[in-house]
Ligand binder design. Structure first.
Ligand code: FAD
Length: 244
């Protein structure tokens, strides 16, 4: 039976920060009262300015399980209110208010009785919760087949590059939209319905599908999946925001 992790407010301390990509940072936050979280869930960070002004934003959790060390990866939205602060100004030792874990729908748990294959489809930083699912699957001796289709601008924009390369239970297909490495199977270019169809599990395999990324990416991909005959009830989406 899947454990329920009750959401609440917590205070965490940044214990590690390092560049994840040229525009993103990986944050490890120690949250002593954290109840643990399922792979795919997220939390809200609330920042309070000296004058009392508050802003909160959601961030997916790259870690899962009972640990109190929570791993996030935040990409900078250059004109944004919160992400530039997290990427550039937050330092080790800083305290943060966090609320979570949140999101019971966009999660994968190893004890899920549904053994159909799992298709993960990520755009940019949308890979964070999907990486958490692939890492959780990797820790299990047995489980469904996993595939990840991951759209990024260039090889330098791949989140969790080393960790993804080390996965053995998930097959990974990276689409580079602007610049591809010399070893890439295809030239750079945006993901198309045709290339998506060639990469993902077919509808006849009845995969469970998780799609995450900027809102236009998620909506386009969900439309292609429907056209390919995938059951909308088996497609779970998480939109990170932004417009076309
Ligand atoms: C459930 C959930 C999980 C998320 N997980 C992550 C995560 O793991 N890593 C991460 O980097 N972000 C994640 N996000 C996005 C995050 O919550 C913020 O929206 C993002 O950091 C921008 O916040 P901001 O305050 O800097 O920008 P804002 O001040 O809120 O927005 C500035 C401008 O940028 C646009 N914008 C907002 N968000 C995006 C975006 N994601 N892409 C492009 N344009 C955008 C807005 O429409 C606006 O025009 C997640 C969002 C949700 C809903």
């Amino acid at each position: 039976m899947t454990e329920r992790f009750r959401a609440g407010w917590h205070v965490g301390r940044v214990v590690s920060r390092r560049p994840e990509t040229a525009s993103a940072v990986r944050l490890e936050i120690e949250v002593p009262t954290w109840p643990g979280n399922h792979a795919g869930s997220h939390l809200d960070i609330r920042l309070t300015a000296p004058d009392g002004y508050q802003a909160s934003r959601s961030y997916s959790i790259a870690s899962s399980g009972p640990a109190t060390r929570v791993v996030l990866a935040v990409d900078e939205v250059p004109s944004g209110e919160v992400s530039p602060y997290l990427v550039h100004d937050l330092v080790e030792g800083d305290e943060l208010e966090v609320h979570g874990p949140l999101g019971r729908y966009f999660v994968w748990t190893p004890d899920d009785p549904d053994l159909a294959p799992v298709q993960l489809i990520a755009g940019g930083s949308g890979v964070v919760p999907l990486y958490a699912m692939a890492a959780a699957r990797e820790r299990e001796a047995r489980g469904p087949d996993f595939r990840l289709l991951y759209s990024v601008r260039t090889p330098d924009d791949v989140f969790f590059a080393d960790e993804l390369a080390a996965l053995t239970a998930t097959s990974i297909d990276v689409v580079h939209t602007r610049r591809a490495p010399a070893t890439a199977a295809r030239p750079p270019g945006r993901l198309t319905g045709k290339s998506l169809a060639a990469s993902v599990f077919p509808a006849t395999a009845m995969p469970r599908i998780y799609v995450c990324g900027p809102t236009p990416f998620v909506e386009t991909v969900a439309g292609w999946l429907s056209q390919l005959g995938h059951d909308p009830a088996r497609i779970r989406t998480e939109r990170f925001g932004g417009s076309g």
